[in-house]
Design a protein around this ligand. Structure first.
Ligand SMILES: Nc1nc2c(ncn2[C@@H]2O[C@H](COP(=O)(O)OP(=O)(O)OP(=O)(O)O)[C@@H](O)[C@H]2O)c(=O)[nH]1
Ligand SMILES: [Mg+2]
Length: 385
């Protein structure tokens, strides 16, 4: 996961850095102009101090001559005073030269140069399922930090990486999700979750992972076979139920999914079961009958959470599907499945930014343990370390 995007981003960053070094305009002239005033001031100060020292020296020598003439010993303090002044001037000289060398190595690029430099990164991001909107944000953020900003040698790469980190942090701007906390908070049992998505996206598998997570944390659950449509769907859910060790509520194939969902919720209420996990049939947004059926399930059970299960590998299609489903049933959040087989990784950024829906978990395999909480900092580290 993210391996591909990470490598591509890395090589794009170093290519931008190299080109910046080669193509950026050296801005020493401007810096020098700025410096010249301070140079003049410093020079003036040095001259004045030199004058004072010279005068002090003269007075000291005069005194010395007088004292020699009078045959009196020279006081020690006067001898020490001169080297001290010299030290101060040495330091000032050093500061003065450091400023000049800084000006020589500072470079900057123009907006049109930036467009050219960003091109490589733009293509890599696009090819790795990062949506146009996200790329535009990354681009504008980076532009404000690079264009017409004089940067020292060695500062460019860090500036790019820091800017990307900041952009991704803002792209994934949603609160982290704690399912156990949400279940605990609800006073009246059960807490009801409906899993929604297109065909084969991983709904049934994800339900078994969630049931396993709850069980591990001593939270009871029941699975509901509200996919009465696809052949062998009920049997598949029963297998998952056995795997986890939780009960499955089912009706016959072809029966009303809303009715079985209602029964599942009622059963949990009567038995004091904490959570109801409702499996639904895969459907396309364009299928009005199946979307009406979904609306009915939701009206009947009034779920606490409607989770969209999207395949990470589908990229921009996933975003369109979430938007479509959201317009009909108002999705609360997303679980992205099959992250383990997605080499690109950009879908996570795109989904979060374009749909503004929180990503709760990533599905990272087919076993019960393969459900990872979505951790923003980990993603940023994975992408940009
Ligand atoms: N590698 C991998 N495979 C997964 C993951 N989640 C689900 N799958 C596989 O994807 C396939 C479809 O998963 P299901 O859980 O049946 O998907 P579904 O959405 O319930 O499918 P329908 O009910 O037909 O709409 C199965 O072979 C799963 O084992 C995942 O996170 N990683
Ligand atoms: Mg299924």
């Amino acid at each position: 996961m993210f391996g591909f995007l990470k490598d591509k981003v890395k090589s794009a960053i170093s290519s931008i850095t190299d080109r910046f070094d080669k193509e950026a305009e050296i801005v020493e002239t401007k810096e020098e102009e700025k410096l010249s005033e301070s140079i003049q001031e410093e020079a003036q100060e040095i001259l004045e101090e030199k004058k004072i020292v010279r005068e002090e020296k003269k007075t000291a020598e005069k005194k010395k001559e007088q004292k020699v003439a009078e045959n009196t010993p020279i006081p020690k303090e006067e001898k020490k005073a001169a080297p001290k002044k010299k030290d101060v001037k040495e330091e000032e000289k050093k500061g003065f030269f450091a400023k000049v060398s800084e000006a020589v190595t500072t470079k900057k690029i123009s907006a049109s140069q930036f467009e050219e430099l960003f091109w490589d990164l733009e293509v890599e991001l696009l090819e790795n399922n990062v949506a146009f909107e996200v790329i535009e944000k990354i681009k504008q953020d980076l532009k404000s930090k690079l264009v017409d900003v004089p940067l020292k040698r060695g500062e460019v790469e860090k500036t790019i990486v820091d800017s990307l980190k900041e952009s991704i942090d803002e792209v994934l701007d949603f609160e982290s999700f704690d399912l156990l906390e949400k279940v605990k908070k609800k006073k009246e049992k059960p807490y009801v979750i409906v899993f929604i998505g297109v065909n084969g996206s991983g709904k049934t598998t994800t339900i078994s992972k969630v049931a396993h997570l709850l069980k591990k944390n001593n939270v009871s659950s029941v699975l509901v076979a509200a996919d009465t449509f696809r052949a062998a769907s009920i049997q598949q859910l029963e297998e998952q139920g056995n795997r986890v060790g939780v009960k499955v509520i089912k009706h016959d194939y072809g029966s009303d999914p809303a009715a079985v969902a209602f029964d599942g919720a009622k059963y949990a209420q009567q038995k004091g079961i904490d959570v109801v996990l409702i499996d639904t049939a895969g459907r396309q947004h364009s299928n009005t009958n199946l979307m009406d059926e979904m609306k009915k399930i939701i009206r009947v059970v009034k779920p606490d959470l409607k989770i969209y299960i999207g395949e990470m590998i589908t990229g921009n299609d996933c975003i369109e599907q979430i938007k479509d489903f959201d317009s009909v049933v108002n999705i609360d959040g997303v679980i992205l499945s099959k992250a383990d087989i997605d080499e690109k990784g950009g879908t996570a950024l795109s989904v979060a930014y374009v749909t503004k829906k929180p990503i709760y978990y990533l599905g990272v395999g087919q076993s019960l343990e393969d459900l990872k909480p979505f951790n923003k900092q980990e993603i940023i580290k994975n992408l940009l370390s």
